[in-house]
Design a protein around this ligand. Structure first.
Ligand code: 0O2
Length: 211
């Protein structure tokens, strides 16, 4: 198979990708405002980290191939929903749902899809809440709606997902059965920790109120 000129493709796609950078800027600003405002009102910061990225052409091409879709910028824009991606790490599971409720209230954001892998984890144990949104980007000559995937998870879910991702690629997607089982077990332990931490926080809050 001929080698793909990723650099060439990137050059060709660069202009179409600029709006994704603008969309990420918009969502990042919204999240930072929520973070500061929440801290101010409730004296609690629901967001630990925010990380954003534009998906690399290599990764977009691999995903198009995985989905059996022919390679073109039009197809990338139409079928790859996470070209612009933001990962938000929260302290507690309740923070995740609180954040989703706040995002849903933003009039300019259209929620296209909610995938709740916390209530329904993937068979391998993967947990996170994925929001596919569309946000308007105001350009000089037009307004363009742009898709952004927001992945919201706890620190424990993020810890698990980063290691699973590394293992998956280390074994070139052919992970030995015993490691798959151990990863599933680790995901259950991570969930147990999340539930325990949530309970501890609730306990602590009742003390604060009765003081
Ligand atoms: P990368 O390298 O992280 O970008 P769809 O949008 O429904 O057509 P998609 O995009 O597979 O199909 O949907 P989904 O389930 O929302 O997954 C999107 C992203 O979630 C993935 O992007 C990962 O970032 C993350 N993810 C989903 N499942 C797993 C998992 O089992 N383990 C880990 N570590 N991450 C997961 P990419 O493009 O697959 O990968």
């Amino acid at each position: 198979q001929a080698e793909i000129d990723y650099k060439g493709i990137f050059e060709e796609w660069k202009n179409s990708f600029l709006v994704y950078k603008f969309a990420l800027d918009e969502v990042n600003t919204k999240l930072k405002i929520i973070q500061e405002d929440y801290q101010f009102i409730h004296n609690h910061n629901p967001i630990e980290h925010i990380k954003s990225r534009i998906k690399s052409p290599e990764s977009i091409i691999n995903k198009l191939r995985r989905k059996n879709i022919s390679l073109s910028i039009e197809n990338a824009i139409k079928y790859i929903h996470d070209i612009a991606g933001i990962r938000v790490t929260c302290s507690f599971i309740s923070d995740i749902y609180r954040l989703v409720d706040v995002i849903k209230k933003h009039d300019d954001i259209k929620i296209l899809q909610v995938k709740d892998y916390i209530k329904n984890p993937k068979p391998n144990g993967y947990q996170s809440l994925h929001l596919l949104i569309e946000i308007p980007v105001f350009l000089t000559t037009r307004t363009q709606p742009v898709k952004v995937e927001i992945q919201i998870r706890t620190i424990a879910m993020d810890f698990w997902a980063s290691l699973e991702h590394k293992i998956f690629y280390k074994f070139d997607k052919d992970v030995p059965k015993y490691l798959i089982n151990e990863l599933k077990e680790a995901a259950d332990v991570a969930h147990h920790l999340d539930v325990k931490m949530e309970n501890l926080k609730d306990e602590m809050n009742t003390y604060k109120i009765s003081d």
